[in-house]
Design a protein around this ligand. Structure first.
Ligand code: ATP
Ligand code: MG
Length: 209
């Protein structure tokens, strides 16, 4: 069973996340995508701090109808700063498999700043999705010295531990949570950018005003 992990702030979840996860899962053969909202992201100052519980709630609403998707409260329950390494170790233990960590090119290009970033690449595969505004860089530019342990593989690169980096071209939807927060601040509609249930929840709770 192939497990994907899609981490993020999900502030809020939008159809860019959903369509991306669907396409990656179909493309590389992932049987379940775990959506894992962070409690507190290490790098981001949350301009619009929305309680973790509410961000998780919106994730639940958004993925409800899709049997391929599951929400995980692991990082929200753990509290404190959310490090992906902990989530990956949790998933490895729970599912007895090496997961695919799914992330956009913007996030991947920053990965050398992540906590214990070198160890991440011996514990997880990486599925890197195209994203408008971010281009694919040479691996040495992204991973530094660590790049030399990777060899070209069938779908990208592979290291001696058998951990892969797979690049996936997806439909490039130029949608971000930042854009959605900006629209809401200007009292503009976010219709069709998020599932209707999420739109209703944001309205009802008065979020991001
Ligand atoms: P923000 O604007 O607040 O950073 P975001 O839209 O980037 O929000 P995140 O929660 O930061 O959403 O993203 C979680 C993960 O999903 C990241 O790996 C990010 O690259 C990826 N992602 C988000 N939106 C898209 C998209 N439209 N296409 C491809 N990947 C995406
Ligand atoms: Mg982001």
């Amino acid at each position: 069973m192939n497990i994907g992990i899609l981490g993020g702030t999900f502030n809020p979840i939008h159809i860019g996340h959903l369509r991306a996860a669907q396409e990656v899962a179909e493309d590389i053969g992932i049987d379940k995508v775990l959506f894992v909202p962070s409690f507190m992201p290490p790098h981001k100052e949350m301009e619009e701090p929305v309680e973790a519980g509410k961000r998780l709630e919106m994730v639940h609403m958004a993925i409800e109808s899709n049997p391929l998707f599951e929400a995980s409260s692991f990082e929200v329950d753990k509290m404190g700063i959310s490090y992906s390494i902990n989530t990956i170790e949790f998933v490895r233990k729970n599912y007895k498999t090496t997961p695919y960590f799914i992330l956009g090119m913007d996030a991947f290009n920053d990965i050398s700043t992540w906590f214990e970033f070198k160890r991440l690449f011996s514990l997880s595969h990486f599925a890197v999705m195209s994203r408008p505004g971010s281009s694919r860089l040479p691996l040495s530019e992204v991973l530094g010295d660590l790049a030399s342990s990777f060899r070209p593989g069938p779908r990208g690169y592979v290291n001696p531990e058998g951990c892969e980096i797979v690049y996936v071209e997806i439909s490039n939807l130029d949608i971000s949570s930042s854009i959605i927060r900006k629209l809401l601040k200007k009292r503009r509609s976010i219709k069709y950018l998020v599932p209707a249930s999420v739109e209703d929840y944001i309205e009802k709770e008065g979020l991001y005003r």
